[in-house]
Write a protein that binds this ligand. Sequence first.
Ligand code: GLC
Length: 499
Amino acid sequence: MSLSLYDSAHSLDGRSGWDTPVFSMKDSSDLNPMVTEAWEALCRSQVYFREKPVGTIAAYDHASEEVLNYDQVFVRDFVPSALAFLMKGEPDIVKNFLLKTLHIQGQDKMIDKFKLGDGAMPASFKVLHNPIKKTDTIIADFGESAIGRVAPVDSGFWWIILLRAYTKSTGDHSLADRPECQKGMRLILSLCLSEGFDTFPTLLCADGCSMVDRRMGIYGYPIEIQALFFMALRFALSMLKHDSEGKEFMEKIVTRLHALSFHMRSYFWLDFQQLNDIYRYKTEEYSHTAVNKFNVIPDSIPDWIFDFMPLRGGYFIGNVSPARMDFRWFALGNCIAIISSLATPEQSMAIMDLIEARWEELVGEMPLKICYPAMESHEWRIVTGCDPKNTRWSYHNGGSWPVLLWLLTAASIKTGRPQIARRAIELAEARLLKDGWPEYYDGKSGRFIGKQARKFQTWSIAGYLVAKMMMDDPTHVGMISMEEEKHMKPPLKRSSSWT
Ligand code: GLC
């Protein structure tokens, strides 16, 4: 597809044209040998329960001696696989997965003597085949076996997102309408909409509760979770039934969305202007007239950010809590913010501007850095607890994860800038297949296959396929994206040149 077709699809009012089903190109990918190999590998990774496919294994790496839990179906890892199957017109595995995990949600979840909330969704599950008795059983992990024993906050949100993607792509509302799916949604929502001691509409989380599932200093209000929370709330709102139970949740969701988008857009947003304002902050301000509401001490701003921040561009920072701003850039949260319209159209454009302006740092030789920059020396020791897997520019600490390609592609298409995705896909195509679909790459520019990266990592494979299919047919982006709601728009500000 020529660039101009995409560009003209991006109309002047800031809306992109991905939801207009006028163009579909099933050319290049069908003939591309890398795509063919990826499909073969993705199909091989399917996991069956009583002869029905229910998910995909995290990695199909026979060469590795250490399997750990990579032989399980992870909820978050299955998302790109699910999207690939939906885009291909094979929704059954997605439906089976949604019902299977819903069933698992209903189990008793104990961590030692403590019982987890009813709504918690598993991080992963495994199917045990007994060839003698010819039975299949499932064991799930809600965090009680996971390294670090952290419950995955993102799983429930991904489940809701996937239910919406399934509904949107198949047009089949009967699954989401089933009483058990409605109940599953409500259980997930009650975990995160319950009242507590919170002063902010964001969700307070433990370290390691999401894709970054080890200690990395993301405790507090990590951007990844806030963006997924926002997206899941919006998707749930579109699927909940207007019965008495549903209505109660819908009211809570609307109120929360309003507060959450205000909070995120105001306090997590960073651009040159905002950085300059923080740099000049006064501290110890009391009462509601305070400008520096969280009492951030300007001396705590890290040096790197002054060089990193371009004049044009911006992003949602990693975390905001009392006297703490984590200025690190995180890929997943920022892409989800664009896709879900947590970011305003201007903010979405600015995020893409920043990615272009800092291409060397954020994309380098392999899309895409999970976060930037890496922590080193003393900071790495204190923040990660000396984690040998998360050394600088490796794994979660500034490593490059091919799976993030699908998110970058969706964000590029939604903002009407597919050339960004095209550049990134070209980089991935130069190496991914040749290197055996690694889980992650290491180094400042992502040049080296990760120290302990698995090969044939399913979400690296599926992420590539989803990116390719979205480029071929941008209407696919509609499965996981949403336009901005009118009521969430800030009041129109007139520019100074307005007369
Ligand atoms: C690693 C990743 C996690 C992923 C899992 C399975 O633990 O940090 O996000 O779900 O591997 O691939």
